[in-house]
Design a protein around this ligand. Structure first.
Ligand code: FES
Length: 278
C-alpha cells in the first residue's frame, strides 16, 4: 500500500536498477562485513566446479561404467544399442542403434536439470559464480537486477517438472541397488563393498529428492485444512523435516553419486577388485 513516504529515485537513476539504485541508502562501502564472507561462495564454486569437471569427463568417456553386478548411476538407465550388456540390468535399448554418442548423455539431462533448477543449487551458483549477491549484506556488482523474471532464468520455474522426472530416475537407481545384491556371476544373496556404496548412495538420493521444495508443496500445498487430510499432513511433516536439511542432502548426494560412479570406474578399469562380504 502506498503511503506517500516511499523513497523516490534520484534523477538519472533507473528505477529497480540494482543495489546502486538511488532508492537505496547512500552507503559508499560495498559492504561492512569484516568476517571472511567470501569463503563460503568460493568453497561452493570450487565444489560445484569439481563435480562439473568430473561428471563431464565421465559422461563423455563412454567406457568403464559397468562391472557386474554394478552399473554407474551416470549410465543408468542405459537407453541405446551401444550400451554394455548387463544381465537383468537397466539396459533398455529404446533409442536403437542410431545413437552413437555416450548413452549417459541420454539420461543425465534429468538429474542434471533437477539439480540445476534446485532452489538450493540456484542460491549456491548465483552466489559462487555470478556474485548475485556474493553473500548476505554484500552488494552485488551488477548494475541491474531482474531476478528470475526474464529469459533464461525464468526457465528455473520448470523445477517441479524435473522433480517428476527425478522420481523415476531414483526408482531405477533403487533397482540397480537391488541388483547389487548379486555377485559377479549374477547369483543372488551376496554383498560386496560396492553394495554398501550403492546403498548409501540410494538413501542419500531419495532423501535429497524427497526433501525438494516442490515435493513439499505437492505433498502438503494448497490445503486449507490439515485436519481434513491427516495422511497428507503426516507426509508433509516428514518431508518438512527432510526439507530443513536440503542443503546438506544436496551436497551429500552429489558427493555420493560421484563416489558411486568412481567406485564402478575403478572396478571396471581393473584398478582393484570388489571386496566381497559374503
Ligand atoms: S528444491 Fe532442491 S531439489 Fe527441489
Amino acid at each position: 500500500m502506498a503511503t506517500g513516504t516511499e523513497p523516490q529515485p534520484k534523477s538519472g537513476t533507473a528505477p529497480g536498477g540494482g543495489v546502486r539504485d538511488g532508492t537505496r541508502a547512500a552507503i559508499a562501502a560495498a559492504h561492512l562485513r569484516t568476517d571472511r564472507w567470501w569463503l563460503a561462495p568460493a568453497a561452493t564454486a570450487a565444489g560445484l566446479l569439481a563435480f562439473v569437471v568430473y561428471s563431464t569427463w565421465r559422461a563423455f568417456a563412454n567406457a568403464d561404467y559397468y562391472q557386474a553386478p554394478y552399473v554407474s548411476p551416470f549410465y543408468s538407465p542405459c537407453l541405446a544399442d551401444n550400451c554394455e550388456p548387463m544381465r537383468s540390468g537397466p539396459n533398455w535399448e529404446i533409442f536403437g542403434s542410431w545413437w552413437g554418442l555416450s548413452p549417459a548423455l541420454l539420461v543425465l539431462i534429468f538429474p542434471l536439470g533437477f539439480r540445476l533448477t534446485c532452489y538450493y543449487y540456484r542460491k549456491a551458483y548465483y552466489r559462487g559464480f555470478w556474485a548475485s549477491p556474493p553473500a548476505c549484506a554484500v552488494a552485488e556488482p551488477h548494475k541491474k537486477y531482474t531476478g528470475e523474471t526474464r529469459f533464461p532464468l525464468v526457465l528455473q520455474n520448470i523445477h517441479r517438472y524435473f522433480f517428476y522426472a527425478a522420481v523415476p530416475v531414483a526408482g531405477i537407481l533403487t533397482y540397480d541397488t537391488v541388483l547389487a545384491f548379486r555377485d559377479e556371476h549374477y547369483e543372488w544373496g551376496h554383498m560386496g563393498l560396492g553394495t554398501l556404496v550403492f546403498l548409501v548412495n540410494i538413501v542419500l538420493i531419495w532423501a535429497y529428492t524427497l526433501s525438494c521444495h516442490s515435493c513439499r508443496h505437492i505433498v502438503g500445498g494448497k490445503l486449507k485444512h490439515f485436519s481434513r487430510h491427516p495422511v497428507r499432513y503426516r507426509m508433509w511433516q516428514w518431508v518438512g523435516k527432510l526439507n530443513a536439511r536440503h542443503m546438506l542432502l544436496a551436497w551429500a548426494s552429489l558427493v555420493s553419486v560421484a563416489l558411486c560412479d568412481l567406485y564402478v570406474y575403478l572396478l571396471a578399469s581393473s584398478a582393484f577388485d570388489d571386496p566381497r562380504l559374503f
